[in-house]
Design a protein around this ligand. Sequence first.
Ligand SMILES: O=C(CO)[C@@H](O)[C@H](O)COP(=O)(O)O
Ligand SMILES: [Fe+2]
Length: 229
Amino acid sequence: MALKSSGCASCQIGPSILNSDLSCLAQECEKLVAAGADYLHLDVMDGHFVPNLTFGAPVVKCLRSRLPNVYFDMHMMVSEPEKWVDDMCDAGANSYVFHIEAAKNPVELIKLIRAKGMEVGIGVSPDTPIDKVLPFLEQVDLILIMTVYPGFGGQSFIHKMMPKIEQLRKSNKALNIEVDGGINKDTIEIAAASGANLIVAGTAVVKADDPKVVIELLRSCVNKFVVKS
Ligand SMILES: O=C(CO)[C@@H](O)[C@H](O)COP(=O)(O)O
Ligand SMILES: [Fe+2]
């Protein structure tokens, strides 16, 4: 799988492993892939940009050895995103999504990530206006719109982020717009109708009795809107 858009923003479902059983992460990842995940969304937190810690490149490297063909979408909730580009690339990351709030020089950072052969995304926290990323749309593979405050899984979806997604979709039909936070069977419709096509879902998928059913439900909902756009 690759995120690169080929003229239309196709639906892809990327479960977040943040709330899975971290004592057996590789099996949890394998389970999600078997359930139909298109990619895995890996949340890296540094305890500084966000008030939580998760994991870094060594864990990603171990997962890569167990899951050689799965796309790893790195959501880098870190204060110094330029610092981890090489390590994440060497560990086997496919995309590198930094937060606009943390980037001192977004243009240079985009170049650095591209030079390492990874796809590039920019994340936007809830309090950040969408205007901050508009200058970079042509240079990136995806924009990640946070629909919770970054830092923890299992939070409630913030509906008032939808105008950001609508504005992006209006400006570009082919842009990959990733939505992250509080996505479940009740919130997917509004996120998809607003224009999101890359769907991150943590709790709703990993805590489900049958993750496959939830992934299929999310996909069929998004596809209704992707086909129409
Ligand atoms: O980046 C984050 C949180 O900071 C997310 O990726 C969440 O981990 C998604 O989990 P749910 O909100 O779906 O439980
Ligand atoms: Fe995330």
